[in-house]
Design a protein around this ligand. Structure first.
Ligand SMILES: O=C(O)[C@@H](CO)OP(=O)(O)O
Length: 247
């Protein structure tokens, strides 16, 4: 027997379209993103992957994506669990900055180190920056990061993976996790056992469900990397994410 896990990155957001570093800034889906979320749900329904429970971050682009996809799959009624540990990587002082301008200002090596290295975080955001989450009531009682690298994301996402997601999988539920490019990269790194240096090459497209069948004993993926429900669209979109910022 295997357990079924579906990972879904939110649809395109207004800031994805404007090429801005987003992180914990709570931006809306844009029209294209709405469509991607609905299509993601239609793919789930067409392929017979019907979630029994959904886990989301506390950010509206993931929450809305889950709502739209589940509605399209006629699974709008399933239980919902939300946790900040599934949030996007906090992008520190880069939040709100344009990716192309940042690339031009700091050069490709620094830009890619901040975007995709495993353990080098961007500079910290100051508490009085308009894009800081300091004092946001949804994080009351939780540590609000001032920046994060992917390693930090993995370290804060794993406790929720173990205590929140794994029990649902082990109960035999089909689990949907609706989250973000970098929080999903952290989960994928963990699941597939990807080396620190190799995770740089992993990108997640918006709105295309990624299905993992997990061994019931070890929770190891039966197929490394899982299966995108629309493989052709995923391949093109992955390349576009990898190239963001570059002209
Ligand atoms: O801006 C962000 O928060 C993330 C996801 O959109 O961007 P990147 O893919 O550059 O890590």
């Amino acid at each position: 027997m295997t357990y079924t896990l579906i990972l879904l990155r939110h649809g395109e957001s207004e800031w994805n379209a404007k090429n801005l570093f987003t992180g914990w800034v709570d931006v809306e889906l844009n029209e294209k993103g709405w469509g991607e979320a609905v299509r993601g749900g239609e793919l789930l329904k067409a392929e017979g992957y019907l979630p029994d429970v959904v886990h989301t971050s506390l950010l509206r682009r993931a929450i809305m994506t889950a709502n739209l996809a589940l509605d399209a799959a006629d699974r709008h009624w399933i239980p919902v669990k939300r946790n900040w540990r599934l949030n996007e990587r906090h992008y520190g002082d880069l939040q709100g900055k344009n990716k192309a301008e940042t690339l031009e200002q700091f050069g490709e090596e620094q830009f890619m180190t901040w975007r995709r290295s495993y353990d080098v975080p961007p500079p910290e955001i100051s508490a009085d920056n308009q894009y800081s989450q300091e004092g946001d009531p949804r994080y009351a009682g939780e540590p609000t990061p001032a920046t994060e690298c992917l390693k930090d994301v993995l370290e804060r996402a794993l406790p929720y993976w173990e205590s929140g997601v794994v029990p649902d999988l082990k109960a035999g539920k089909t689990v949907l996790v609706a989250a973000h490019g970098n929080s999903l990269r952290a989960i994928i790194k963990h699941l597939d056992g990807i080396a620190d240096d190799d995770i740089v090459g992993v990108n997640v497209p918006t709105g295309i469900p990624l299905v993992y069948e997990l061994d019931e004993e070890t929770l190891a993926p039966v197929k490394a990397g899982g299966t995108y429900l629309d493989a052709d669209a995923a391949a093109a979109a992955i390349q576009a994410v990898a190239n963001q910022g570059k002209k």
